[in-house]
Design a protein around this ligand. Structure first.
Ligand code: CMC
Length: 464
């Protein structure tokens, strides 16, 4: 007959919060346990009290890729995938894109509230006056080959910032944290533009304090003569794209920043981890893939064949579907409105005709609608970047610029969270035990050394 006991955590509290609890029976022992349910979760450590005997380590959860594990409490970004809702600090993304600017959203993410006018003025002044990078960063860039991927260069230069600002190691000092936030948000566009200019063998363009954030980035990319006036329609569309990409709760790169930052390393090194994670094709590279797909389709007449290929699983419709958004991606709706404005400024782009027709046909097709596959933000963002003249290998770099504000906001939140410790997952050990050391003369094996077999899915999957 099963006996009932409370797990360690529940027993300490005595009562279940809100009366919500989960009763589980361990069929190995017949014991029942009551686990507290708080905010729709049970604490993994509560399972540790479930043991077969006193020597047993206790039960753990197995959750590769953390698909069902909350790693933190966060008040920064709310996503409801079913309803297509994205809010920062409770404010819908639609309102932010309509009324705000990227720099104001960056403040909102980091400090929890919309700034007053004087706070915004100070914040904007501080960002604009820290956009210059140390001259030695240029020397660092010069060490790269002419064809180095700009994302690899950005990764290196963001990491290098930690050596220029060693005081950032004092992560408990609020002034140091503020300066790190300012410097990262201010300098990442400069580092990104330097990487781009390096790839073209062009002289670097220094920041222009007279321009706003997105205008300044366009100027650092494209300025050729002494004067450069960014088209306000392009600058506005870029600013909206920056807002849309600023934060997306616990995605791969943000989780990387939190995990690395949990070692109490300086924020530049933690954010460099985010850049590294974003570099991967499953995360930041989807808009590049959309563009490649549109080029491969080549003309509107080829769309039916392409869609057949998708249905036969020979192709994937890039820019469609999302791990979280299952009815629509609110970011896609917003950015779609800006595509036309951008093309008005830059001239027609034949890829847009292909994209429009592709979208229309897919949305009329039961294969896609029954699987809840709708356009995501990347279906359009690549088109905008391309129309602006930004090459495809810079797309992920451009994504990293606004995501820096999300990373730093999440890093600051983590640092202030008394429940956070150094991230240190457990494992299920599957290897041998207690084997004897074999002398080299007695060992056998193939001549050729190869890596262990890859266990990745055959088709690379790209997503948030
Ligand atoms: N084209 C064709 N079929 C698809 C697609 C697609 N884009 N996405 C999903 N499916 C199919 C999939 O084959 C599966 O079909 P079935 O049930 O018959 O096997 C079904 O839809 C469910 O797909 P899933 O792979 O289980 O869905 P997921 O939630 O694991 O994948 C995703 C999400 C984003 C990885 C995927 O939709 C995808 O690969 N999309 C294309 C890449 C892309 O646009 N990524 C950008 C995401 S937005 C960026 C961001 O938020 O940062």
């Amino acid at each position: 007959m099963a006996t009932e006991q409370k797990t360690e955590a529940a027993a300490t509290d005595g009562t279940s919060a809100g009366g919500d609890s989960l009763t589980v029976t361990d069929n190995r022992t017949g014991e029942s346990y009551e686990l507290e349910i708080t905010d729709g979760t049970v604490r993994a450590m509560d399972l540790r009290g479930i043991k077969v005997n006193e020597d047993d380590f206790g039960l753990m959860t197995y959750d590769p890729a953390f698909t069902n594990t909350a790693n933190c409490r966060s008040a920064i970004t709310y996503v409801d995938g079913e309803a297509g809702i994205l809010q920062h600090r409770g404010i819908p993304i639609e309102q932010l894109c309509e009324h705000s600017t990227y720099l104001e959203v960056a403040y909102l993410l980091g400090f929890g509230e919309l700034p007053t006018q004087s706070q915004l003025d100070r914040w904007t002044f501080d960002v604009i006056h820290h956009t210059f990078a140390h001259e030695d960063i240029k020397k660092l860039n010069e060490g790269f080959r002419h064809d180095a991927h700009p994302m690899g260069m950005l990764l290196a230069s963001v990491g290098a910032l930690s050596t220029f600002y060693p005081d950032a190691k004092r992560i408990d000092d609020p002034e140091e944290r503020y300066m790190a936030a300012i410097r990262l948000i201010a300098k990442v566009p400069t580092l990104a533009a330097f990487a781009y200019r390096h790839s073209l063998g062009l002289p670097y363009v220094y920041p222009d304090n007279e321009l706003n954030y997105s205008e300044n980035f366009l100027s650092m990319l494209f300025k050729m003569e002494n004067t450069y006036e960014p088209d306000p329609r392009l600058a506005k569309a870029l600013d909206v794209l920056f807002i849309l990409h600023a934060d997306h709760e616990q995605n791969c790169s943000t989780a990387a920043v939190r995990s690395v930052g949990s070692s109490q390393v300086d924020p530049y090194s933690a954010v460099a981890a985010g850049v590294a994670a974003l570099y991967g094709p499953l995360h930041g590279g989807a808009n590049e893939a959309v563009l490649r797909m549109l080029h491969e389709i080549e003309k509107v007449e080829n769309i039916p064949d392409f869609l057949e290929g998708v249905k036969n699983r020979e192709e994937r419709l890039m820019g469609f579907g999302h791990r979280v958004y299952k009815n629509y991606d609110p970011r896609a709706r917003i950015i779609k409105k800006h595509v036309e404005e951008v093309l008005e400024a830059t001239g027609d782009n034949p890829l847009l005709d292909i994209a429009t027709e592709l979208e229309k046909r897919a949305l009329d097709d039961d294969f896609f609608t029954s699987r809840k596959l709708y356009p995501n933000v990347d279906f359009y963002s690549g088109l905008i970047y391309e129309a602006m003249g930004i090459p495809a290998d810079m797309f992920t770099v451009v994504f990293a610029i606004p995501r820096t504000s999300g990373w730093i906001a999440q890093w600051m939140e983590m640092n202030g969270d008394p429940e956070q410790k150094i991230a240190r997952p457990r494992q299920i050990y599957t290897g041998d035990r207690d084997e004897d050391y074999v002398p080299i003369a007695d060992r056998e094996g193939p001549e050729k050394i190869t890596g262990p077999p890859a266990r990745r899915p055959k088709r690379p999957r790209r997503g948030a």
